[in-house]
Design a protein around this ligand. Structure first.
Ligand code: CAA
Length: 389
């Protein structure tokens, strides 16, 4: 199969909280967050942004790079669903003005759904040369105030165009996967915040990474030295260090800090300043790697570990394509991250605690700084989205 990622775009909200501010407010040594978890800032989503506006804003820059009528599939991956029935992707379809001749569906399996969407899109597009799929992974990571998960919150979306003969990354056929019915992290329908058995979740993540890598190795015959870099699902960046060390250990290779860092370092930069973006985080890591790696990765193989609590994991790989640099949105991503507004602790808590009425009557949101789209309000139980002029 020669199909994969033709274009990749990342978007996060225009606001963040510095984790040093959070540490001081919670009476926690900020080094626990910056060194222990490996996080500096967390993206905070204002009331007038949600997974639809995050996803549509990620996808918008890609629309200039393709003919709308060539997009015949839109897969929207999220675990921050806004409706039990209607796919969030249909709101995005409307905002972007995509062709009616486009299948649209929403996928869920915690943070793994973005990978399910990418792999599904690639196998369909391999059979329809000239056509494209738009894959969007969009999430808002939200834990209870004061809980251990709080410093790992974040928000963001990644949009990818997927097609045959892609310009950026051609996916390999081989994959290793592992599914298991566990309760490490979940969010019942009646809750806004995730529940998590934090330490257990990290153990399941690590064991799943080794299981997936082992099966991938059996199928492909590849070893760690066959990869230029690895990207991991990033609930926080130290998780990737632990997982990469486990995979190297399972392969009998060196696991010193320098070797581990060499394999993953450039992929951690964006997550470190946005926090967890759940289904988008692996692909945010890929954007960070491609934008930030000084070495030319063309012709080199990248390894990916995707993890969704509950749990589902997959290790897969792809080969970076010649000339990929010309297809990146590096400056756009950097400007986006540099131009965010820092929130005070009080402003962060006020946004977190804002309760939107659920009676379905007219509700209009105050206007915050957003990307090209905003969630304007609700009327008659219908969500209303707007373009920002
Ligand atoms: N200076 C430097 N480091 C410090 C420190 C200090 N003052 N204080 C503590 N640390 C270190 C600790 O030693 C620890 O490092 P190690 O893991 O290497 O031992 C690290 O900081 C974290 O400290 P704790 O383990 O004490 O932290 P915690 O128990 O309060 O919370 C957590 C950690 C359980 C991961 C929590 O952040 C959490 O529940 N997060 C949400 C769940 C999650 O992200 N799980 C990840 C796997 S599941 C998944 O990946 C799906 C998903 O997206 C959610």
């Amino acid at each position: 199969m020669n199909a994969g990622i033709d274009a990749i775009s990342f978007y996060t909200s225009r606001y963040y909280l510095d984790l040093k501010t959070l540490g001081h407010a919670r009476g926690v040594d900020p080094a626990k967050y910056t060194k222990g978890l490996g996080q500096e800032k967390m993206g905070v989503v204002p009331p007038d942004e949600d997974i639809v506006t995050l996803g549509a804003s990620a996808a918008k820059p890609l629309m200039d790079r393709t003919r709308m009528e060539d997009i015949e599939l839109l897969l929207f991956a999220t675990e921050s669903g806004i409706d039990q029935s209607k796919a969030a992707g249909l709101f995005v379809h409307g905002l972007l003005g995509l062709s009616p001749r486009c299948r649209v569906v929403e996928l869920k399996e915690a943070c793994y759904a973005g990978t399910a969407a990418l792999r599904l899109a690639a196998s369909l597009m391999a059979r329809t040369p000239g056509k494209k799929a738009l894959v969007i992974a969009s999430d808002i990571a939200r834990y209870e105030l004061g809980s251990p998960g709080e410093p790992t919150q974040g928000c963001g979306a990644v949009a990818m165009l997927v097609c045959a003969n892609p310009a950026i990354l051609a996916l390999d056929e081989e994959a290793g996967f592992h599914a298991e019915d566990v309760m490490d992290f979940w969010r019942p329908n009646y809750r806004d915040e995730a529940l998590v058995d934090g330490k257990y979740s990290t153990r399941v993540y690590l064991q799943t990474a080794v299981n997936c890598w082992t099966q991938y190795g059996e199928r492909s015959g590849r070893k760690p030295e066959d990869f230029a870099r690895f990207c991991y699902h990033l609930p926080f960046t130290q998780m990737a260090r632990k997982a990469h060390a486990q995979i190297l250990r399972a392969s009998g290779g060196p696991t010193d800090a320098e070797t581990v860092a060499r394999g993953i370092q450039e992929g951690l930069g964006y997550n470190r300043v946005t926090g967890n973006t759940y289904s988008a985080s692996l692909y945010e890591g890929l954007a960070s790697l491609l934008d930030g790696c000084e070495a030319d990765l063309a012709g080199h193989r990248l390894g990916f570990f995707s993890y969704g609590s509950g749990s589902m994991g997959e290790f897969f790989s792809g080969v970076v394509q010649p000339g990929y640099q010309q297809h990146l949105l590096t400056q756009h991503h950097r400007k986006l991250l540099e131009s965010r507004t820092e929130l005070s602790f009080q402003a962060y808590e006020d946004i977190f605690n804002l309760k939107v009425p659920t009676d379905g009557w007219d509700y209009v949101f105050a206007q915050y700084c957003t990307g090209p789209y905003r969630f304007g309000g609700v009327g008659g139980h219908k969500r209303r989205y707007e373009e920002v002029s």
